[in-house]
Design a protein around this ligand. Sequence first.
Ligand SMILES: *Cc1c(COP(=O)(O)O)cnc(C)c1O
Ligand code: SF4
Length: 338
Amino acid sequence: MYDSPPPSETKRPPIWQRLLNDAVTQPAELLALLDLDPALPALDYARLKHFPLRVPRGFAAKMRRGDAQDPLFLQVWPSSREAIETPGFVADAVGDLVKLKTGGVIHKYRGRALVIATGACAIHCRYCFRREFPYGETLGARGQWRETLATLAADPTIEEVILSGGDPLALSDDKLAAFVEALSDIPHLRRLRLHTRVPVVLPERVDAALLGWLSASPLQKIVVLHANHANELGEDLRLACEALRAAGVTLLNQSVLLRGINDSPAALVALSERLLACAVLPYYLHLIDRVNGSAHFEVVETAAGQLMQQIAAQLPGYLVPKLVREIAGESAKTLMPW
Ligand SMILES: *Cc1c(COP(=O)(O)O)cnc(C)c1O
Ligand code: SF4
């Protein structure tokens, strides 16, 4: 009668996997959870289908109830404003598609190769510059690591591999461990970097299995988190960061400067200070990439420059992030003057 193995032989999915699958995906449910007006204007279904709402319940729990201007809520709420077309806002804002090589490798900058490890994310950030990225066409699901490893092995100028996406930590530990282990056979690689928002929005992801393959890698390890507001950084994340550091990881953070979310000196100062409390240093503060549907998040360059002057007058230098913009065709991220 029973085809599946008895429970003792099946591998139980890790807790984070269940939390990931249990994310809120229905706008009406999120509004109800937060005691918000059910009539708040949302993106039409046809558009929402291409980039649905997705927010882990633990992240939603960090939002203030009854506040439609909550800085965490605004990052995930599919507002009707996304449907507004704005000149200068396009599908591939940073010119990644022309640089894409076999195996999902984007090699734009010297010494560093970025790997689009997956299109999946734990959370959908409405300002995301990859929201229109054609993942399906670029990632050959099966045998993809083999092609990725071959591309990395073929270029001895590559010293650092950056796992990105989507979010690399949306992948299973089995997949990641196999890939990271194979990286250590490529003699010219020295560093492994992860660009991930998962520890911030789902700190449970930093579990023994993840810490296991990370600490086993002989490469130097850097994790660049992505948090935009101090309210995202709870005690759960601080403990996750402590565990990552104990596994030999250097921790940095990148943020996106977002109108109405973190575009005040007080919000940016609080973010830097809270990051330091988690032993994470601020790295980049990005001006948004001008992708379709994100115009309402834009902070113009002059206002961004003024914010930088204000926070630099209040913070130690190591807590002041670099204000950057990604300009297609440049040899590095472009540092903005202020
Ligand atoms: C941002 C980025 C990097 C990393 O750049 P750093 O300045 O070293 O942080 C590498 N590759 C691509 C394609 C990038 O967009
Ligand atoms: S986690 Fe990163 S890649 Fe995923 S939606 Fe948010 S910004 Fe985009």
